[in-house]
Design a protein around this ligand. Sequence first.
Ligand SMILES: [Zn+2]
Length: 512
Amino acid sequence: MRLARFLTLTLAVLFAASGARGEELQVLLGGRYHEPVTAYKAADRLFLNAKQAGELYGAQAYWYPVSGRVQLSFRGRSLQLLAGSAEASLDGRPVVLESPVMLRAAQAYAPLSFFLGREFGEFSGLETQFDARTRLLTVERRSSVGSVRWYSYQDYTRLVLELKKPLGHIASGRGTGGVEVSLPFGVLDAPEDGTVEDQFVRGFFLRQDSKAAVWSVRFAKPGLKWRLRELSEPRRLALEVASVDPKDVAGDGGAEPSPPPAVSVSTAPAPETSALPASRRIVIDAGHGGKDGGATGRRGTSEKDINLSAAKDLARLLEQEKVFDVVLTRADDTFVPLDERSRLSNEAKADLFISLHCNAHRDSKENGYEVYFMSEKASDPEAERLAQFENASLELEGKSAADAEAELILHVMGKTESINAAAELAALVDRSLRRRVDLAPRGVKQAGFYVLRGTDAPALLVEMAFLSNRRDEAKLQSRRYRSRLVDGIYAGLVDYAKRQGWLQKGAPHAAR
Ligand SMILES: [Zn+2]
């Protein structure tokens, strides 16, 4: 014991002297915190304890100090690393490392870049990311199948399954009650269970089988016709369900959800220019930025970063639909004053304004998401507190809340119509989030957010989750969770667009 302690101390002194320092990296594995992994920095590069890393990826890990070898076994597959060597062996195939595996404190350390790389990702089936600022290592399943979106039209329903890489598929009718699509070797982001409940489709689920991802769609009634197609850019499977052959009502257009061609007026003169609906401009506002970091997580996550990445993801989804024209108030880490954000939206004549934020509370138990729309009075004292927090950016602009108040009075007058529209949009976004994320729904609320009040368009502010809550913070840091949140907001927007008739000429089904 005494000797061991002496050795440890000696080693510690030696390493301090040589400038190498050990560090515990926090690990988020599939959205949950895992035991930390020890890392060393040398020559400006980070190295991970190879045995610990192997265990993190679910391998049986063996470390042979005498031969300097680390052997990792992943259900019949193997990875071997050798101290002092810059070559790893993946199932016997050599892979070159950025630097040789090094020895520290009698353990082998492999370059972090190896674990982040494509080869190891394909080998382990997991995707690793490292945030140098929060010192967090995120490990998630490398999925090839994303989530399902759906659109209800007058004559048909289209469901779209996102594919992240080329995958084959086999579709079979389940009697007349539905369709089952099997994607061999497909790996899901997450299982999903969706309720559509329109006139053609009851619902669907996505399930992971051992050798395939399975997408099963239940029809609303017997005797319906369906068509399944693979579309590109972005790669996706589109399933159309209708009373007649979907080809006759849905057309061949790849872009969903473009309006169905008006079959009955095919003999009428072509409408001027095109039948495409006018595009709708949506401004997406990533809260905070630059010197204004917003809330900070217990583990150091910065709100501004989460907001920006969610905003970009939402923009990307919306841009897939030809009818949406997306404007971001910021596309990088810059400080944009609040009134600049509203002005940008007003000058762009936005049809909708969506501001994305993360919440924080001194009570770390508070968790979940909230959807806000503008009002003069806060719906409760907590909403008031939050509005004050989010409005604090004004101080960074050297503006007092009173000045800001005066400037706003004109704007707020005559906004009733857009407030009503925002209330409807908020309810739809809240509902679709409830269906998609397992975060606590805290409901639709109102508060005097400055950025919403200065905006002419119907405006929403979504507090995606609480950075002050450990579990919520982990979810916000997980790309998979963020994409579910973004999907939820997106689907709510699409529901709203359908109600407004933006997505089709015929009367849309009432979204449920
Ligand atoms: Zn914020």
